[in-house]
Ligand binder design. Structure first.
Ligand code: XIL
Length: 353
């Protein structure tokens, strides 16, 4: 009997110690209090948004309203979404986003005029000569830019035109329009809205020096030829293993062009190796926060005129494209599944200090 009482006491003490140490770890990660990134950041801070989420989820809408002063459509302004058949444009969803932004008095960045993905079937099946291709390319760019003129202040004109080795990507556009299609896309967009800021958007600057070089060479070439370009978008779909040095080099190398820099699709994956049984631990959340801080700090150090802003790719972890696209558990964003700020959010605040 006495023995079992001792055993009971011993076990309860061990349990208490275990609970306390857990509390200690958790207390290192307090809930983040903030008045909203848009009030704290000296440059625009934003997110890409899903229109359905915006329409149907009050908590989502509230977080967006509180935090951001720049928004991008995650999908609603892509070719397939806006221009589903040759003679049909579908504006409803994108217009909803624009009027949401207008009501709040915040900025809308357009994504994306020309890309090799999210294309409608009528484009992938299109049969026509070089002139027919040029006409539809120009018409799409100019119809979209004209529709949003005055509301969408900047555009990702071309998205992901390079391979990681720095060569031009072999896309449907490149095949039918030739290597100089990127420059012509910028010219057509500029004709339609001379006030719009035009960006070239790309991923991989943080791991491919060949890509960084290719992008900067393209900018030099555009400047020499008088092709209008105002900014570079760095998607920054990165992960917590990426080195600080690479992240900083990506930002600083792009800034050497003198153009405006937009971290345009930021998210930091915690599960790049696709571990199906991974769970989110405090340790991982803290590593992620540190990477957010590094990126934000490097960006904040750029000259003010070059800081176009930082945009995360959607808002909460449950909305992230990473889970669906790579079919794995992951937590890449500054807000959790319930839209509570994560340590990553604190990392952003620390980077802004
Ligand atoms: C992604 C969206 O997040 C997904 O919802 C969609 O199914 C596919 O496109 N680079 C880009 C973005 O430039 O447009 C992509 O967005 C993510 C990668």
């Amino acid at each position: 009997m006495i023995k079992s009482i001792w055993l009971f006491l011993l076990l309860s003490t061990l349990l208490l110690i275990a609970c306390n140490s857990k509390n200690e770890v958790l207390s290192e990660l307090p809930l983040v209090e903030s008045k909203g990134l848009k009030y704290i950041s000296p440059f625009p801070f934003g997110a890409s948004l899903g229109i359905n989420l915006l329409k149907t989820k009050v908590v989502y809408r509230n977080v967006v309203t509180k935090e951001f002063n720049s928004i991008t459509a995650e999908n609603a302004m892509k070719f397939g979404a806006l221009h589903p058949s040759e003679n049909t444009y579908f504006w409803t969803e994108a217009d909803y986003l624009v009027s949401f932004a207008k009501n709040l008095g915040i900025r809308v960045h357009g994504h994306t005029l020309i890309w090799h993905n999210s294309l409608p079937l009528w484009i992938t099946n299109f049969q026509g000569d070089a002139i027919a291709w040029e006409n539809l390319f120009k018409a799409h760019i100019q119809t979209v830019v004209t529709h949003f003129k005055g509301s969408v202040v900047s555009w990702d004109v071309v998205n992901e035109a390079f391979n990681d080795d720095g060569t031009l990507r072999n896309t449907i556009w490149q095949q039918h329009l030739g290597n100089d299609y990127v420059a012509r896309a910028f010219q057509y967009a500029h004709e339609a809205d001379p006030d719009a800021l035009l960006f070239y958007n790309e991923y991989g600057h943080e791991y491919s020096s060949a890509k960084r070089t290719a992008v900067n060479n393209m900018v030099s070439d555009f400047k020499t030829r008088g092709i209008p370009i105002h900014g570079l978008g760095l998607q920054m779909h990165t992960n917590h293993i990426q080195s600080d040095a690479n992240l900083i080099t990506a930002i600083n190398t792009a800034a050497l062009t003198g153009l405006k820099i937009h971290i345009s699709e930021l998210d930091i994956s915690l599960n790049k190796d696709n571990n199906q049984s991974l769970t989110l631990t405090d340790a991982l959340a803290v590593l992620q926060a540190a990477k957010y801080k590094v990126i934000v700090k490097a960006f904040a150090a750029l000259p003010a005129t070059q800081r176009y802003g930082i945009t995360t790719w959607n808002v909460g972890d449950a909305d992230s494209w990473i889970r669906g696209t790579y079919n794995r558990p992951d937590w890449p964003l500054p807000f959790d599944d319930n839209y509570n700020p994560k340590p990553a959010y604190q990392g952003i605040l620390d980077g802004l200090k």
